[in-house]
Write a protein that binds this ligand. Structure first.
Ligand SMILES: *Cc1c(COP(=O)(O)O)cnc(C)c1O
Length: 413
């Protein structure tokens, strides 16, 4: 294979159909941002939109804005836009709460739809909050639910006639490995179980077809590839065929059939509307909507094609430029099983990542030993990959990561 050069990567940038979208984001000079899978960059238009909500809708409209500025419609409106990114049917997605809280709700719905089964199948290496939420709900229900945790390759085999739900993260946060959603969902259904997908590292990054896969339930994150801002509202999906029977473990007044009737007893709202618990976070939803609107401008085939090309180029560049430095890629090489990141294991991953960040290459560290580099096709350039890998090479060659200040553990890694 011909070796890659900065010139050859600049040429890829010139023919990149998404190259114009980068200008819609605020990206500081001197930074190569490869952590948009953890916190997406800020769309420039967020400032004006949030200012409008704060000054006009809130400041002038005051409480009238719940009606006049359609604040009440925001969870459904933003949810419907996210739905278009993940192949969801109309009226099946809501933007609300955090991913963790939505998981609690969706898992509760799943268990209510399969009351005579008591196994939740998941992956041992799933994102911790997903497992913790399942543990917590099982303990709360106190009906002997078993959380059956297996390795990725053993998931299909672990699904049996006691399985209520298979709860998986489509793209693994740690390794970047991606499941075959259609195949696992089909296997779950063949065993009479439901499939609940966490799309935190998928929505806006890889093609997802919830309806086409006949997925039952899903959740996902607003602040990663959707660029909704720190702590942005998350989203949830309930397949239309389950909505009427779905019973939620959180029954708040805004999921009631008639919130402003102030009835004493809960009656679920129709359809997906019962998924809402309390008052929507209007300012956060407004910021999220700006990010989602940008994602909708980019055809998903182009996003996925660029993402796969960028992860391949990054991987190849690391092999070409940083051979002999004990880096070991744990992300699958097979594009069919790769999300939008490259994870490299190294015994000193923490210190190396701190040194890279000090030099302007921002990725993150995931315990115990992974350097994680997210690829965000909406604003990452091919030439950035070259410059980033040169920084990585230099940090490894000079061993500047051995400076004791890079060993200091911070709260967020
Ligand atoms: C990022 C992420 C979350 C985040 O959950 P929060 O409730 O927003 O903190 C959950 N699950 C997965 C798989 C994630 O990657």
């Amino acid at each position: 294979m011909m070796s890659l050069t900065r010139t050859s990567l600049e040429a890829l940038d010139r023919i990149d159909p998404l190259s114009q979208i980068r200008a819609l984001f605020e990206l500081p000079d001197g930074v190569i941002y490869m952590d948009g899978n953890s916190l997406g960059a800020r769309p420039k238009a967020v400032t004006a939109r949030v200012t409008e909500v704060v000054e006009r809708e809130w400041g002038v409209g005051l409480i009238r804005s719940w009606n006049d500025a359609a604040w009440m419609e925001m969870p459904g409106r933003v949810g419907a836009k996210i739905g278009r990114l993940i192949g969801a049917e109309a009226d099946s997605v809501m933007a609300a709460d955090s991913t963790s809280v939505n998981l609690f709700k969706m898992l509760g719905v799943a268990l209510s739809l399969r009351p005579d089964r008591n196994v939740i199948v998941s992956e041992r290496g799933n994102f911790p909050t997903d497992l913790y939420i399942a543990e917590g709900l099982a303990a709360l229900l106190a009906r002997g639910h078993e959380l059956r945790l297996v390795e990725p390759g053993a998931v299909e085999h672990a699904i049996d006639e006691r399985t209520a739900v298979v709860m998986l993260t489509h793209v693994n946060y740690h390794t970047g490995a991606m499941y075959d959603m259609a195949a696992i969902t089909a296997r779950a259904h063949a065993m009479g179980a439901l499939a609940l997908w966490d799309l935190a590292h998928s929505a806006g990054a890889v093609a997802v077809d919830l309806a086409g896969c006949a997925a039952d339930l899903a959740v996902g994150c607003g602040y990663k590839f959707l660029n909704g801002g720190p702590g942005a509202p998350a989203f949830l999906y309930v397949a239309p065929r389950h909505q009427a029977a779905a019973r939620y473990p959180l029954t708040g007044w805004l999921g009631h059939a008639a919130p402003f009737a102030f009835e004493t007893s809960y009656r679920p709202a129709p359809g997906i509307h019962r998924a809402i618990v309390g008052t929507p976070p209007v300012i956060s939803l407004a910021a999220l909507e700006v990010g989602v609107d940008i994602a909708l401008q980019a055809p998903m085939e182009a996003v996925r094609a660029k993402s796969l090309r960028q992860t391949a180029v990054f991987s190849e560049l690391v092999a070409q430029e940083c051979a002999g430095f004990d880096l070991h890629q744990i992300t699958p090489a097979d594009p069919a099983h790769r999300g939008s990141q490259i994870s490299l294991a190294h015994p000193h991953a923490y210190e190396i990542m701190q040194a890279l960040i000090a030099r302007g290459l921002i990725g993150d560290f995931r315990a115990p030993d992974v350097l994680r580099f997210g690829v965000t096709p909406l604003y990452l350039r091919f030439a950035d990959l070259w410059d980033g890998v040169q920084i990585l090479k230099s940090v490894l060659q000079t061993q500047e990561w051995r400076d004791p200040r890079f060993a200091v553990r911070r709260r967020v890694t």
